[in-house]
Design a protein around this ligand. Structure first.
Ligand code: BV8
Length: 250
């Protein structure tokens, strides 16, 4: 059923209340980047066990580098730009008195390119490389390979995408947990709710804060029933509409 506009939020949080926004691959879809679990998505083309675990990197680093080099090159060469949903998140962040923290599962840089402040890449980003030996992190827009030498420790064979793989601890979890604990509104955008701990954030919010929870997605996620409110449709339509309705309350 197409979304009804103007979009009427069920609940408007107090303007002094903070907002936490969690995003997933769905917010980048209309910018031209693939999602993971939709039909034809990334995990239908390649097994995550072969390209997105530390064991895969130890077993076949050339294959893992090729996977991320392809995604990095696609971002660089296919004119991939932030879309209206990314820009609406920035507009909310600039106007909402209580502050807005954006936690993204995405390893693309579209939130960064849209000018998002207070942005947490909990799964890292393919626009950086990290040394497996000394943990030095450097920007990386071109290809990575096993021959790359770490500028900090001088070793080769250790440079990897600065991405959190399955079985690895997501980044900045203390900062994320504190933001979830204190927020008045939790908004989940463009995620299937398949991957933990991100998929558990809505439950964490409901347990510790008397916060309102909203899902904005193309279709109901695996955690849809956990949200107090939901609006379904393309992110470039429902996210700007939802943000407008919040800002009109100010
Ligand atoms: C960890 C980087 C612990 C790679 C990624 C319970 C608790 C804790 C852990 C687990 C647990 N159960 C299982 C685990 C292990 C595992 C896990 O969750 N496995 C899953 C498969 C069951 N979790 C982990 O391993 C995590 N680590 O828990 O560590 C720990 C403790 C101690 C010591 C060590 C470790 C780490 C997970 C991170 C993995 N890395 N990304 C890369 O990107 O290459 S996850 C990967 O999935 C991506 O980051 C992606 O963002 C993420 C989630 O996917 P989504 O973003 O939701 O994308 P998806 O395609 O699934 O859905 C898209 C949605 O968008 C859909 O709903 C669709 O309808 C919607 N959509 C589509 N188009 C649009 C749209 N919406 C709006 N508009 C549109 N136009």
């Amino acid at each position: 059923m197409p979304p009804a506009f103007p979009l009427q939020p069920d609940v408007i949080p107090p303007r002094s209340g903070s907002i936490v926004i969690l995003t997933g691959a769905g917010i980048s879809k209309e910018s031209g980047l693939e999602t993971f679990r939709d039909a034809g998505g990334i995990w239908s083309q390649v097994r995550l066990e072969d390209v997105a675990t530390p064991e895969a990197f130890a077993r076949d680093p050339v294959r893992v580098h090729a996977f991320y080099n392809m995604r990095r090159a696609r971002h660089r060469t296919m004119d991939i730009k932030p879309n209206a949903a990314h820009h609406a998140v920035v507009k909310l962040q600039q106007a909402w008195p209580g502050g807005v923290t954006v936690v993204t599962q995405n390893v693309d840089t579209l939130h960064d390119e849209a000018g998002t402040k207070d942005l947490i890449h909990m799964h890292g980003t393919y626009a950086q490389a990290r040394c497996n030996f000394c943990d030095a992190v450097v920007p990386r827009l071109g290809d990575l390979s096993v021959t790359d030498i770490c500028a900090s420790c001088g070793k080769d064979k250790g440079m990897r995408p600065n991405v959190v793989w399955f079985g690895e601890m997501p980044l900045h979890m203390e900062r994320i947990t504190a933001a979830l604990r204190d927020c008045a509104l939790f908004i989940s955008i463009g995620t299937s709710g398949s991957v933990y701990p991100a998929a558990g954030f809505v439950t964490m919010v409901k347990r510790s804060a008397d916060a309102h929870t909203v899902e904005l997605n193309l279709e109901p996620s695996q955690g849809a029933t956990l949200f107090a409110e939901a609006h379904y449709g393309p992110a470039t339509q429902i996210v700007p509409a939802y943000v407008e309705s919040l800002l009109q309350s100010l």
